[in-house]
Design a protein around this ligand. Structure first.
Ligand code: R5P
Length: 298
Protein backbone atom coordinates (compact mmCIF):
# COMPACT_ATOMS: atom_id res chain seq x y z
CA UNK A 1 0.00 0.00 0.00
CA UNK A 2 1.51 3.33 -1.00
CA UNK A 3 -0.38 5.66 1.37
CA UNK A 4 -1.64 5.20 4.91
CA UNK A 5 -2.95 7.23 7.81
CA UNK A 6 -0.97 7.35 11.05
CA UNK A 7 -2.74 8.50 14.19
CA UNK A 8 -1.76 9.50 17.68
CA UNK A 9 -3.78 7.74 20.40
CA UNK A 10 -6.18 10.61 21.10
CA UNK A 11 -7.17 10.89 17.41
CA UNK A 12 -7.74 7.20 16.61
CA UNK A 13 -11.52 7.50 16.22
CA UNK A 14 -11.16 10.44 13.80
CA UNK A 15 -8.37 8.55 11.98
CA UNK A 16 -10.57 5.50 11.48
CA UNK A 17 -13.38 7.67 10.08
CA UNK A 18 -10.88 9.35 7.76
CA UNK A 19 -9.47 5.97 6.74
CA UNK A 20 -12.96 4.78 5.77
CA UNK A 21 -13.61 7.99 3.79
CA UNK A 22 -10.27 7.77 1.94
CA UNK A 23 -10.10 3.98 1.63
CA UNK A 24 -6.73 3.95 3.43
CA UNK A 25 -5.41 1.77 6.26
CA UNK A 26 -4.88 3.35 9.67
CA UNK A 27 -1.87 2.64 11.85
CA UNK A 28 -1.51 3.88 15.43
CA UNK A 29 1.47 5.90 16.60
CA UNK A 30 2.52 4.54 19.99
CA UNK A 31 3.54 6.82 22.80
CA UNK A 32 5.13 6.50 26.16
CA UNK A 33 6.33 9.04 28.70
CA UNK A 34 9.56 8.46 30.60
CA UNK A 35 9.57 9.35 34.29
CA UNK A 36 11.49 12.55 33.47
CA UNK A 37 8.75 13.72 31.09
CA UNK A 38 10.43 12.91 27.77
CA UNK A 39 8.28 11.16 25.14
CA UNK A 40 9.15 7.97 23.32
CA UNK A 41 7.29 7.89 20.01
CA UNK A 42 7.07 4.73 17.89
CA UNK A 43 5.69 5.05 14.34
CA UNK A 44 6.25 2.15 11.96
CA UNK A 45 5.72 3.01 8.29
CA UNK A 46 4.16 -0.39 7.39
CA UNK A 47 5.42 0.00 3.82
CA UNK A 48 3.66 3.33 3.21
CA UNK A 49 5.45 5.74 0.88
CA UNK A 50 3.04 8.56 1.74
CA UNK A 51 2.34 8.90 5.45
CA UNK A 52 -0.65 11.06 6.41
CA UNK A 53 0.00 11.89 10.05
CA UNK A 54 -3.13 12.96 11.92
CA UNK A 55 -2.85 15.08 15.03
CA UNK A 56 -4.49 18.29 16.16
CA UNK A 57 -2.36 20.75 18.07
CA UNK A 58 -4.66 21.81 20.87
CA UNK A 59 -2.57 21.76 24.07
CA UNK A 60 0.32 22.11 21.63
CA UNK A 61 3.67 22.19 23.40
CA UNK A 62 4.23 18.49 24.10
CA UNK A 63 2.21 17.46 21.05
CA UNK A 64 4.49 19.42 18.70
CA UNK A 65 7.64 17.66 19.83
CA UNK A 66 5.97 14.25 19.55
CA UNK A 67 4.79 15.15 16.07
CA UNK A 68 8.33 15.90 14.90
CA UNK A 69 9.56 12.64 16.41
CA UNK A 70 6.80 10.71 14.59
CA UNK A 71 7.66 12.40 11.30
CA UNK A 72 11.33 11.42 11.70
CA UNK A 73 10.43 7.82 12.60
CA UNK A 74 8.18 7.46 9.55
CA UNK A 75 10.91 8.77 7.25
CA UNK A 76 13.48 6.48 8.86
CA UNK A 77 11.02 3.64 8.23
CA UNK A 78 10.85 4.36 4.49
CA UNK A 79 8.10 6.96 3.98
CA UNK A 80 9.23 9.38 1.28
CA UNK A 81 6.44 11.88 1.91
CA UNK A 82 5.07 12.79 5.36
CA UNK A 83 1.98 14.98 5.36
CA UNK A 84 0.60 16.59 8.51
CA UNK A 85 -3.17 16.58 8.82
CA UNK A 86 -3.75 18.88 11.80
CA UNK A 87 -7.46 19.78 11.88
CA UNK A 88 -6.61 22.29 14.62
CA UNK A 89 -3.35 24.12 14.12
CA UNK A 90 -2.02 26.00 17.14
CA UNK A 91 0.00 29.21 17.39
CA UNK A 92 -1.65 30.84 14.38
CA UNK A 93 -3.04 33.82 16.34
CA UNK A 94 0.26 35.47 17.30
CA UNK A 95 1.08 36.81 13.84
CA UNK A 96 3.03 39.87 14.97
CA UNK A 97 4.87 41.20 18.01
CA UNK A 98 2.17 43.19 19.77
CA UNK A 99 4.66 44.21 22.49
CA UNK A 100 8.38 44.71 22.11
CA UNK A 101 10.23 41.39 22.55
CA UNK A 102 7.28 39.07 21.86
CA UNK A 103 7.98 36.07 19.63
CA UNK A 104 5.96 35.89 16.43
CA UNK A 105 4.74 32.37 17.16
CA UNK A 106 2.91 31.91 13.88
CA UNK A 107 6.12 32.41 11.88
CA UNK A 108 8.23 30.19 14.14
CA UNK A 109 5.80 27.28 14.18
CA UNK A 110 5.05 27.65 10.46
CA UNK A 111 8.74 27.40 9.55
CA UNK A 112 9.25 24.48 11.91
CA UNK A 113 6.42 22.51 10.28
CA UNK A 114 7.80 23.35 6.82
CA UNK A 115 11.10 21.71 7.80
CA UNK A 116 9.53 18.48 9.00
CA UNK A 117 6.61 17.88 6.62
CA UNK A 118 6.05 17.69 2.88
CA UNK A 119 2.57 19.15 3.15
CA UNK A 120 0.21 20.46 5.82
CA UNK A 121 -3.57 20.52 5.91
CA UNK A 122 -5.69 22.22 8.54
CA UNK A 123 -9.21 23.56 9.04
CA UNK A 124 -10.18 27.20 9.67
CA UNK A 125 -6.79 28.35 10.94
CA UNK A 126 -6.91 31.66 12.75
CA UNK A 127 -5.21 33.84 10.14
CA UNK A 128 -5.80 37.54 10.76
CA UNK A 129 -3.43 39.63 8.75
CA UNK A 130 -2.23 36.82 6.48
CA UNK A 131 -4.30 35.62 3.54
CA UNK A 132 -2.93 32.17 2.82
CA UNK A 133 -1.49 29.40 4.94
CA UNK A 134 1.46 28.88 2.56
CA UNK A 135 2.67 32.36 3.54
CA UNK A 136 3.01 30.99 7.08
CA UNK A 137 4.28 27.51 6.18
CA UNK A 138 6.60 28.28 3.27
CA UNK A 139 7.80 26.04 0.46
CA UNK A 140 5.38 23.13 0.84
CA UNK A 141 1.69 22.69 0.00
CA UNK A 142 -0.15 24.21 2.98
CA UNK A 143 -3.90 23.91 2.70
CA UNK A 144 -6.49 25.67 4.87
CA UNK A 145 -9.91 24.04 4.55
CA UNK A 146 -13.24 25.44 5.65
CA UNK A 147 -15.39 23.48 8.09
CA UNK A 148 -18.48 25.17 6.63
CA UNK A 149 -19.70 22.10 4.63
CA UNK A 150 -19.52 19.92 7.75
CA UNK A 151 -21.20 22.56 9.93
CA UNK A 152 -23.95 23.18 7.36
CA UNK A 153 -24.70 19.44 7.11
CA UNK A 154 -24.89 19.14 10.90
CA UNK A 155 -26.95 22.28 11.43
CA UNK A 156 -29.44 21.61 8.62
CA UNK A 157 -31.13 18.84 10.59
CA UNK A 158 -34.03 20.10 12.71
CA UNK A 159 -33.06 23.75 12.34
CA UNK A 160 -35.74 26.36 13.16
CA UNK A 161 -35.90 28.60 10.05
CA UNK A 162 -36.40 31.64 12.32
CA UNK A 163 -32.88 31.13 13.74
CA UNK A 164 -30.56 34.15 13.53
CA UNK A 165 -26.84 33.39 13.06
CA UNK A 166 -24.58 35.74 14.98
CA UNK A 167 -20.85 36.12 14.38
CA UNK A 168 -19.02 37.98 17.16
CA UNK A 169 -16.70 40.17 15.09
CA UNK A 170 -16.11 41.55 11.61
CA UNK A 171 -13.54 38.86 10.85
CA UNK A 172 -16.25 36.26 11.17
CA UNK A 173 -18.50 37.92 8.55
CA UNK A 174 -17.49 35.94 5.39
CA UNK A 175 -17.43 32.74 7.36
CA UNK A 176 -20.85 33.25 9.01
CA UNK A 177 -22.25 34.35 5.63
CA UNK A 178 -21.06 31.13 3.99
CA UNK A 179 -23.15 29.18 6.51
CA UNK A 180 -26.18 31.51 6.62
CA UNK A 181 -26.64 31.65 2.83
CA UNK A 182 -27.18 27.93 2.07
CA UNK A 183 -29.35 27.54 5.19
CA UNK A 184 -31.32 30.72 4.24
CA UNK A 185 -30.92 32.22 7.70
CA UNK A 186 -30.71 35.83 8.83
CA UNK A 187 -27.35 36.87 10.22
CA UNK A 188 -25.80 39.58 12.36
CA UNK A 189 -22.17 40.42 12.95
CA UNK A 190 -20.86 42.01 16.13
CA UNK A 191 -18.11 44.51 16.75
CA UNK A 192 -15.70 43.17 19.33
CA UNK A 193 -12.91 44.81 21.30
CA UNK A 194 -10.58 42.52 23.23
CA UNK A 195 -9.19 43.87 26.50
CA UNK A 196 -7.38 40.78 27.77
CA UNK A 197 -7.22 36.98 27.54
CA UNK A 198 -10.76 36.64 28.84
CA UNK A 199 -12.19 40.14 28.65
CA UNK A 200 -14.00 41.42 25.57
CA UNK A 201 -16.64 44.06 25.00
CA UNK A 202 -19.12 43.79 22.19
CA UNK A 203 -21.80 45.57 20.28
CA UNK A 204 -24.15 43.77 17.88
CA UNK A 205 -25.67 46.29 15.45
CA UNK A 206 -29.26 45.38 14.50
CA UNK A 207 -29.66 43.10 17.50
CA UNK A 208 -33.36 43.93 17.96
CA UNK A 209 -34.27 41.36 15.24
CA UNK A 210 -33.45 38.51 17.65
CA UNK A 211 -36.48 39.24 19.90
CA UNK A 212 -38.40 35.98 20.43
CA UNK A 213 -36.16 34.15 17.93
CA UNK A 214 -33.54 31.45 18.49
CA UNK A 215 -29.93 32.50 18.00
CA UNK A 216 -26.98 30.40 16.92
CA UNK A 217 -23.60 31.93 17.71
CA UNK A 218 -20.96 30.99 15.14
CA UNK A 219 -17.22 31.32 15.73
CA UNK A 220 -14.03 29.69 14.52
CA UNK A 221 -12.55 29.03 17.97
CA UNK A 222 -14.00 28.89 21.47
CA UNK A 223 -11.13 29.32 23.95
CA UNK A 224 -11.98 31.01 27.26
CA UNK A 225 -15.60 31.43 26.15
CA UNK A 226 -15.35 35.16 26.95
CA UNK A 227 -16.48 36.12 23.45
CA UNK A 228 -19.58 33.92 23.52
CA UNK A 229 -20.46 34.95 27.08
CA UNK A 230 -20.37 38.64 26.09
CA UNK A 231 -22.56 37.87 23.05
CA UNK A 232 -25.01 35.87 25.15
CA UNK A 233 -25.48 38.71 27.65
CA UNK A 234 -26.49 41.09 24.84
CA UNK A 235 -28.73 38.51 23.15
CA UNK A 236 -30.57 37.66 26.37
CA UNK A 237 -31.17 41.34 27.05
CA UNK A 238 -32.49 41.72 23.49
CA UNK A 239 -35.06 38.95 24.07
CA UNK A 240 -33.62 35.98 22.12
CA UNK A 241 -35.78 32.91 22.77
CA UNK A 242 -32.75 30.59 22.99
CA UNK A 243 -29.00 30.68 22.46
CA UNK A 244 -26.81 27.90 21.11
CA UNK A 245 -23.31 28.02 19.66
CA UNK A 246 -21.33 26.22 17.00
CA UNK A 247 -17.61 26.50 16.28
CA UNK A 248 -14.97 24.75 14.25
CA UNK A 249 -12.65 24.38 17.24
CA UNK A 250 -13.68 23.87 20.86
CA UNK A 251 -10.77 24.36 23.26
CA UNK A 252 -12.47 25.55 26.45
CA UNK A 253 -11.96 23.99 29.86
CA UNK A 254 -14.84 22.34 31.76
CA UNK A 255 -15.00 25.41 34.03
CA UNK A 256 -15.35 27.72 31.02
CA UNK A 257 -18.00 25.41 29.54
CA UNK A 258 -19.92 25.77 32.82
CA UNK A 259 -19.61 29.57 32.64
CA UNK A 260 -21.02 29.55 29.10
CA UNK A 261 -23.96 27.41 30.28
CA UNK A 262 -24.58 29.86 33.15
CA UNK A 263 -24.56 32.66 30.55
CA UNK A 264 -27.56 30.98 28.90
CA UNK A 265 -25.85 29.11 26.05
CA UNK A 266 -27.78 25.85 26.21
CA UNK A 267 -25.84 23.83 23.65
CA UNK A 268 -22.36 24.07 22.13
CA UNK A 269 -21.30 21.99 19.16
CA UNK A 270 -17.95 21.85 17.41
CA UNK A 271 -16.17 19.72 14.84
CA UNK A 272 -14.11 16.72 15.82
CA UNK A 273 -10.94 18.69 15.05
CA UNK A 274 -10.30 18.20 18.77
CA UNK A 275 -11.40 15.57 21.27
CA UNK A 276 -13.37 18.12 23.31
CA UNK A 277 -16.73 17.04 24.80
CA UNK A 278 -18.47 19.44 22.38
CA UNK A 279 -16.66 17.97 19.36
CA UNK A 280 -19.45 16.00 17.68
CA UNK A 281 -19.45 17.17 14.06
CA UNK A 282 -17.32 14.90 11.86
CA UNK A 283 -14.72 16.44 9.56
CA UNK A 284 -13.76 13.17 7.84
CA UNK A 285 -15.66 14.00 4.63
CA UNK A 286 -14.15 17.49 4.32
CA UNK A 287 -10.63 16.18 4.96
CA UNK A 288 -10.98 13.18 2.65
CA UNK A 289 -12.20 15.30 -0.28
CA UNK A 290 -9.25 17.67 0.17
CA UNK A 291 -6.70 14.86 0.55
CA UNK A 292 -8.00 13.35 -2.68
CA UNK A 293 -7.89 16.70 -4.49
CA UNK A 294 -4.33 17.33 -3.26
CA UNK A 295 -3.17 14.04 -4.80
CA UNK A 296 -2.03 12.62 -1.45
CA UNK A 297 -3.82 9.28 -1.76
CA UNK A 298 -0.90 7.44 -3.28
C1 R5P B 1 -11.17 35.80 17.76
O1 R5P B 1 -10.88 36.59 16.90
C2 R5P B 1 -11.75 34.46 17.48
O2 R5P B 1 -12.53 34.45 16.33
C3 R5P B 1 -12.56 33.99 18.66
O3 R5P B 1 -13.68 34.83 18.81
C4 R5P B 1 -11.75 33.97 19.91
O4 R5P B 1 -10.53 33.33 19.72
C5 R5P B 1 -12.50 33.28 21.02
O5 R5P B 1 -11.74 33.33 22.17
P1 R5P B 1 -12.43 33.33 23.58
O6 R5P B 1 -13.33 32.13 23.64
O7 R5P B 1 -11.28 33.23 24.55
O8 R5P B 1 -13.16 34.61 23.72
Amino acid sequence: MSAAIFAFPEMLAQARALGRSCGLPVHPVAMRRFPDGESLVTAQAHGARTALLLRSLDDPNAKLVELLLASAALRDGGASRVILIAPYLAYMRQDMAFQRGEAVSQRVIGRLLAQWFDGVMTVDPHLHRIERLDQVIPGIPALALSAAPALIAALAEGLDPATVLVGPDSESRPWVASIAAPLRLDMLVGEKVRHGDRAVTLDIPGISVVKDRPVLLVDDVISSGGTLIACAALLRAAGASGIEAVATHALSSPADMARMAEAGITRIRATDATTHTAATIPLAGVLADAIRAAGWLN
